[in-house]
Ligand binder design. Structure first.
Ligand code: GH3
Ligand code: MG
Ligand code: MG
Ligand code: MG
Length: 335
């Protein structure tokens, strides 16, 4: 009575998800047909054959099979010699070779192994045994432990990749000098808040802040000194914001932009004045500037966005106000 090894609980051994590519080298079409039938319904096995031994090596190099099934007796050719030539060929020397021969003498088997074969089956082999040996030599069998280990590794890598992506995303939104939001993040946020304000018919405010006489600051303290001043200014502006939805960004050069969602004109004015005061408190020397210290000019704009309009309206308004603040003597906010 035969025992069904495939029934019942999950086996200790499972197959890898990879395809096994088999190349049969045999001059007899009958043998090819027999083997083809044995592997035909196996979804993990891909079957190829070559009848002309003169073309075997070339076919194998092109196909890169997972395993070669090699006949021994072919008109004018010796299978042992072919195996030797596979072993000398860099692209084939590691491909497992299973001899498939009518010769069943032990001496022939011994010779097969001696020239580099990995296995030896007498023709015509039993189907189950052939499949098992093909899979065994292809490394298709893995233990459940190995499989679980591989899946765990895959899941872990995917998780790490996702986390790295989030980090990259965050970095891509930050200004590398000051560490606050960059222009790209500002543009995204402004558009989002503009659309939200439009839907909810709520006011949206924007402050454009420009450091006064910064060229002179650079001229006095050098470019590195200027960079440090920009970092401190960015930190001060960020600290002036009270609501989580408020955003301070580096708009470019020595200019900063502050988005204040759901904030009316008086509210925006209060934030602007706080920014001016906080920066002055740092008392960073700028001999050529107003009061001899680093100050800001701020343009303030507030709008309840009309349907079908773009946030550039708000930016243009704040820009005009900033220009006015510079014209009126700097270190001030103009609405
Ligand atoms: P105003 O009061 O009219 O704004 O005068 P200003 O000198 O600040 O204005 P201007 O736009 O003429 O000069 C801005 C300067 O900011 C010029 C540029 O060298 C400097 N700047 C821009 N980006 C950086 C930066 O990343 N680091 C440093 N150190 N300086 C910068
Ligand atoms: Mg033959
Ligand atoms: Mg400027
Ligand atoms: Mg300036």
């Amino acid at each position: 009575m035969s025992q069904d090894f495939t029934a019942g609980a999950e086996p200790e051994i499972t197959l890898t998800p990879f395809k096994v590519r088999v190349l049969l080298v045999d001059d007899q079409l009958l043998v090819i047909e027999a083997v083809r039938r044995m592997v035909a319904d196996q979804p993990d096995i891909e079957f190829h054959f070559v009848t002309d031994p003169a073309r075997a090596e070339e076919c194998a190099v092109r196909l890169q099979p997972t395993v070669i099934l090699q006949d021994l007796m072919m008109p004018g050719w010796d299978g042992f010699d072919l195996i030797r030539s596979y072993r000398a060929q860099p692209d084939l020397k590691h491909v497992p070779v299973i001899v498939l021969s009518a010769k069943e003498e032990p001496a022939s088997k011994a010779h097969g192994f001696a020239v580099g074969a990995n296995d030896y089956l007498v023709k015509v082999p039993d189907r189950l045994e052939l499949l098992a040996r093909i899979r065994y030599h292809s490394g298709a069998y893995i233990s459940r432990l190995q499989r679980d280990e591989a899946f765990r590794f895959l899941r872990e890598s995917q998780k790490n990749l996702a986390e790295a992506n989030i980090e990259l995303h965050k970095l891509a939104a930050l200004d590398s000098l000051t560490g606050i939001a960059n222009r790209r993040r500002f543009d995204e946020t402004l558009l989002q808040e503009w659309q939200r304000a439009q839907r909810e018919r709520r006011p949206l405010s924007l402050l454009l802040c420009d450091i006064d006489c910064f060229k002179m600051y650079n001229d006095t303290f050098g470019h590195l000194g200027g960079d440090l001043c920009l970092k401190k200014t960015a930190a001060v502006l960020t600290a002036c914001l009270k609501r989580p939805a408020d955003l301070a960004a580096r708009y470019g050069g020595e200019e900063f932009a502050i988005v204040l969602p759901d904030t009316d004109a008086p509210g925006a004015r209060i934030v602007a004045e706080e920014c001016l005061r906080s920066l002055m408190k740092l008392k960073m020397d700028n001999p050529q500037s107003v009061h001899g210290i680093v100050t800001l000019s701020i343009g303030v704009a507030t709008l309840v966005p009309a349907p079908g309009t773009a946030p550039s309206h708000l930016v243009e308004g704040a820009d005009r106000a900033l220009y006015a603040a510079k014209g009126e003597g700097r270190n001030r906010a103009v609405s």
